[in-house]
Design a protein around this ligand. Structure first.
Ligand SMILES: [Mg+2]
Length: 384
């Protein structure tokens, strides 16, 4: 089976690049800040294999003699290995740029075996400091993460857009511009905070997919229009991508559909946010015209719902209002969260919507902590 790889540049990415662009004495070895902690964390938590891809201009010529290069290079590899950062392969191109060889980054001559099925390129990354590293990502068909030295007056997202434009939007799978290794770890860990749960019973057949760090996109079809609208708010305002497809026994009533959707959604989110490393406990207050909703949430493993809202209408659209607290209770149970909700207001539609939006915002805050903190936010040291 094809494996996921991180193709990592050396100079400017693992060790700082000196002004003369040659790391050829021990004194010149300066590791990038955070590389041991955060690349180490990536290696421990995620199942990527590592390959080093580096251009060493004129290695073996008088301009870059081997006897100066190898002791220093070996020391770098040994030090990284001591922290569990082990490269499966180290690919060094020795040519000069003017020779135009196909082995030199951004060309892929040295990486043929990875192009020929060894790597799952759709889920692999090139990590490097130069634009040519991002071109290599494009040429390999994988994503790129650029560790960027911020230039004065330049914004990171503008740099990201510029690189996407340069590499052809349709051609490059994705480019992320970061400024330090901590952000690389955050990004890679967060991109795995996803889950898919399918639950089928005699009453309902439910599929839920969540991408916690998405764009707030949703595809919701429960058969209950107003409920779809509420779940849509949950996705949009939490930033998660949420897909919920429900075939429920609506010919009986709405009860099983609402309850089971809460259960499966709660399970999926729980699975996506995983062991809570770096996650927080948060709350949110949200006004919406006449209505005001307050939601506080603790993802800490204790299911509990405190509900303080009164709905006078029997139904909003096709959704019975008595099922609202039932939804949140089932969601709290399945996601193993403590949730306190209070809502006031005259317009019942606004009130319900404010509750879903406030929950979404509270969730967003709760899972937005630095995931590479590597600390579980409880003094017990674990969430049970
Ligand atoms: Mg470099």
């Amino acid at each position: 089976m094809a494996e996921r790889y991180l193709f990592i540049d050396r100079d400017g990415t693992l060790v700082e690049e000196p002004a003369d662009e040659q790391v050829d004495t021990f004194e010149k070895i300066r590791y990038l800040p955070g590389v041991f902690t955060h690349l180490g964390e990536i290696v421990r938590r995620l199942d990527y294999k590592l390959v080093m891809v580096t251009n060493q201009d004129g290695l073996g010529t008088p301009a870059n003699p081997e006897k100066r290069f190898w002791p220093v290079h070996t020391r770098i590899l040994e030090t990284l290995a001591g922290e569990g950062i082990i490269f499966e392969e180290v690919l060094i191109d020795r040519s000069f740029a003017h020779e135009g060889l196909d082995t030199r980054k951004p060309a892929t001559g040295l990486l043929q075996s990875y192009l020929n099925g060894k790597a799952d390129l759709g889920h692999s990354y090139v990590i490097g400091d130069r634009e040519s590293d991002m071109e290599l990502a494009r040429n390999l068909g994988c994503r790129g993460i650029r560790i960027w030295q911020k230039a004065e007056g330049k914004r990171r997202n503008e740099e990201e857009e510029r690189l996407k434009e340069k590499n052809g939007r349709g051609k490059i799978k994705g480019i992320r511009v970061v400024e330090k290794w901590e952000e690389v770890a955050d990004y890679l860990v967060r991109s795995e905070m996803n889950a898919e749960v399918h639950r089928k019973s005699r009453e309902t057949d439910i599929r839920v997919r969540v991408v916690l760090w998405g764009n707030g996109q949703s595809q919701i079809d429960t058969g209950i229009g107003f409920f779809d609208h509420m779940l849509d708010q949950l996705a949009r305002h939490s930033g998660a991508d949420i897909e919920i497809i429900v075939k429920g026994d609506l010919h009986v009533d709405e009860h099983h559909t609402v309850e089971d959707t809460a259960i499966v959604l709660g399970q999926a989110l729980r699975e996506a946010w995983g062991d809570l490393k770096g996650l927080q406990r948060f709350g949110f207050v949200l006004p919406m015209d006449d209505a005001r909703a307050q939601v506080s949430i603790d993802l800490g493993g204790r299911p509990y719902l405190k509900w303080d809202a009164v709905f006078k209408r029997e139904k909003i659209g096709e959704l019975p209002t008595e099922l609202l607290p039932h939804f949140f209770r089932s969601f709290a149970d399945a996601s193993r969260s403590t949730i306190h909700i209070s809502a006031t207001g005259k317009n019942e539609h606004h009130k319900a919507e404010a509750v879903f939006k406030a929950l979404a915002r509270a969730l967003r805050q709760a899972w937005s902590g630095s995931v590479s903190e590597n600390e579980i936010p409880t003094t017990k040291g674990m969430i049970d």
